[in-house]
Design a protein around this ligand. Structure first.
Ligand code: PMP
Length: 288
């Protein structure tokens, strides 16, 4: 496997960063997870836009233009001969000293890793996954804005640990006020009658690229796709519930905090949206 690091494609074993890199020392950096399907990258521009927006917020200057970074992503996929891949783009603050001051870091590190995709086991797309509510809350915008996809994932990891300890696949995270925000690594939707509802990002959810695509597809099916705050009560009483994410795509949720959702199997709307997303990913995207 060849990994892109600071302009070079090197063997995995040689793809290393300094122990003084603030990405390692402080989680000071930004990243994206991107998918390709049959040699087409899904919504690459949207992912890169989100990366540059995140970098701008943390005052990190990405040393490549968006066009150069796009070309580097495509080249990394080509040299690794991957048809279907998961791509991780990381820009860290780069090496500095042991203090926090980012001005000491003069050369951001740019890394692109392209690897095989990791999905939930296939049967879970039919059976659905189990979710439990975590005590760990979603990111409050004045602590760390959830729209900012930074290398600081500890609160999501703490929530994930809670899920693992409870034997669940995912952790549901609530906003400070107790509204549903998102899961530790995916956005959440509920389906009730003709409505397909996701929480607004201001509650502490990432503006998911898969979430936006699924909402467009739902509207195309004549469903009322909208964003609005809702509570766990609304999930417990939903017809269907599903998660969206670049790696997970559309994954049904059939149990939340011990309550069976819908019929305890992947619901009809969930299955239609999952199929439509796959079809969309195969029909659009940046070729390489
Ligand atoms: N929320 C969080 C916390 C995530 O890390 C991700 C990405 N894995 C998502 C939502 C889904 O976003 P996207 O559809 O852009 O992958």
């Amino acid at each position: 496997m060849l990994v892109y690091i600071d302009g070079k494609l090197v063997e995995k074993a040689e793809a290393t960063v300094s122990v003084f890199d603030h990405g390692l020392l402080y989680g000071d950096g930004v990243f994206e997870g991107i998918r390709s399907y049959s040699r087409r990258v899904f919504r690459l521009r949207a992912h890169l836009e989100r990366l540059y927006d995140s970098a701008r917020t943390i005052m990190l200057k990405v040393p490549l233009s968006a066009e150069e970074l796009e070309a580097a992503v495509l080249e990394t996929l080509r040299v690794n001969k991957l048809d279907d891949a998961y791509v991780r783009v990381i820009v860290t603050r780069g090496p500095g000293d042991l203090g926090l001051d980012p001005r000491k870091c003069t050369a951001p590190t740019v890394i692109i890793i392209a690897d095989k995709i990791q999905l939930y086991p296939k049967e879970l797309y039919e059976k659905g996954i189990t979710v439990v509510t975590a005590v760990t809350r979603a990111k409050h915008p004045e602590i760390l804005n959830a729209k900012l996809k930074s290398l600081n994932y500890l609160n999501n990891i703490l929530a994930k640990i809670e899920a693992v300890n409870a034997g669940a696949a995912e952790a549901l995270m609530l906003s400070e006020e107790g509204y549903v925000a998102e899961c530790s690594g995916d956005n959440i939707f509920l389906v009730k009658k003709n409505s397909v509802v996701a929480p607004p990002a201001y509650l502490g959810a990432l503006e998911g690229i898969t979430k936006a695509a699924v909402a467009e597809l739902a509207r195309g099916m004549g469903l009322d796709a909208r964003e609005e705050p809702f509570t766990r009560h609304d999930i417990y009483n939903a017809d269907e519930c599903f998660l969206t994410g670049t790696a997970a795509e559309v994954v049904p949720v059939t149990s939340v905090d011990g309550r069976q959702i819908g019929g305890g199997r992947a619901g009809d709307v969930t299955k239609r949206l999952a199929a439509a997303l796959r079809k969309l990913a195969l029909s659009e995207g940046t070729p390489y």
